[in-house]
Design a protein around this ligand. Structure first.
Ligand SMILES: Nc1nc2c(c(=O)[nH]1)N[C@H]1C(S)=C(S)[C@@H](COP(=O)(O)O)O[C@H]1N2
Ligand SMILES: [Mo]
Length: 362
């Protein structure tokens, strides 16, 4: 499959389904990631939907089921804008794969982006439908078809808990950075669930069901769960996995790039850190693989709590080869594990060990 024309900047990790991430330095180009630079994670073909006929249905444990056109959705509910990170649970999986192979695409540090999302609050739509407060789960069904060996063909679906669904910043978004969503990002409508793994922000959204149990879709039940390192594809009991909702603290070096050859003298380093519902309190950078550290400068918009924190620092690097490393600290005093060995899992999720980049100075 050719690279979709709106995404020529991206490095393709899988052509079919289309999965691609930006070169890391593109993430530093602006605090909000342009759609052209925004990673794409899809599980099936990208559907091309007609906004004039697309409908959103809301049903299940509601007093008044809804069936809304895109125009009705915009007219009936107040617009709401939230700046939020979207990050794949598989971001930086390539680091885990240096320990042992895993399932999934070998993402580097670019399966993440920060966007300004505009749409309506999911809570407003659920209230208009008279969703029962006591109903614990909100399930989503989408218009793309996933074809999975052993699972057959099915429509993508996931669910989130009612409390997160009713949180004011959980959106049904039609606009990204002031532009309509690109087809790859879910045009004409997707959910955006700030702080949660990207998998819970369904694209090409067609139906919402208020229900007693989580979605019984494959994506919710037998995928995107965290498991200990001794569990394998052959021994996995998915019921015992931890559903990946909130993303853990992470950070990455976006500049310089892995393998860069630099001139001696002052070198600019930069990257991102994300603490989701907490704040990034501190970021440290090492030029000697983690033996000594220097604190980086942070850039965070206090009006945008779901936005990432960008960090920058200048270091004097002597001639020779260096292992650069970064670690963040959050407002609960937590920091990241040193080695990917400590967090390896067979699906390759939540790769949050110190991010390391190797450079040589000529
Ligand atoms: N309908 C649908 N929604 C989806 C997916 C998908 O394949 N189909 N992939 C999910 C995953 S795993 C991620 S990480 C994000 C990626 O969003 P993006 O492609 O807009 O960056 O979308 C999520 N929503
Ligand atoms: Mo993902």
């Amino acid at each position: 499959m050719p690279v979709p024309s709106s995404k020529p900047n991206l490095l393709v990790r899988s052509a079919h389904p289309f999965n691609a991430e930006p070169p890391p330095d593109r993430l530093l180009a602006s605090p909000v990631t342009a759609q052209a630079d925004f990673y794409v994670r899809s599980h099936g073909d990208i559907p091309h939907l007609d906004p004039a006929t697309h409908r959103l249905r809301v049903g299940g444990r509601v007093a008044t089921p809804l069936d809304l056109s895109m125009a009705e959705l915009r007219e009936r509910f107040p617009a709401r804008t939230v700046i939020a990170v979207l990050q794949c649970a598989g971001n930086r999986r390539a680091d885990l794969q240096t320990v042992r192979p895993t399932a999934g695409d070998p993402w580097a540090a670019g399966a993440i982006g920060n966007a300004e999302w505009t749409g309506v609050a999911l809570a407003d739509v659920l209230r208009a439908a008279g969703a029962e407060d006591a109903a614990p789960h909100v399930a989503f069904e989408c218009r793309d078809t996933v074809d999975m060996p052993g699972e057959g063909r099915f429509a993508y679906g996931v669910s989130i808990g009612m409390a997160k669904a009713m949180a004011p910043d959980t959106l049904l978004a039609h606009t990204m950075n002031g532009e309509p969503l690109a087809p790859e990002h879910g045009f004409p409508l997707r959910a955006v669930v700030p702080g949660y793994a990207g998998v819970r922000s369904p694209k090409w959204l067609a139906a919402i069901t208020v229900q007693d149990r989580p979605s019984d879709n494959h994506m919710q039940q037998r995928d995107y769960k965290m498991l200990p390192p001794d569990v394998t594809e052959d021994t996995v009991d998915w019921q015992k996995g931890v559903t990946i909702d909130d993303m853990p603290l992470t950070s990455a070096i976006c500049q310089p790039a892995e393998g860069a050859v630099l001139d001696a003298g002052r070198t600019r380093l930069g990257g991102y850190a994300v603490a989701t519902a907490r704040a990034v309190a501190r970021v440290d950078v090492s030029a000697d693989g983690g033996r000594t550290w220097t604190q980086a400068e942070l850039e965070h918009d206090p009006a945008a709590p779901w936005s990432w924190t960008l960090w920058r620092i200048e270091l004097d690097l002597p001639r020779g080869r260096h292992e650069l490393a970064v670690r963040a600290w959050d407002s609960a005093g937590q920091t990241q594990p040193a080695l990917p060995d400590d967090v390896w899992n067979f699906k390759g999720y939540l790769s949050t060990a110190w991010h390391r980049v190797h450079v040589s100075v000529a």
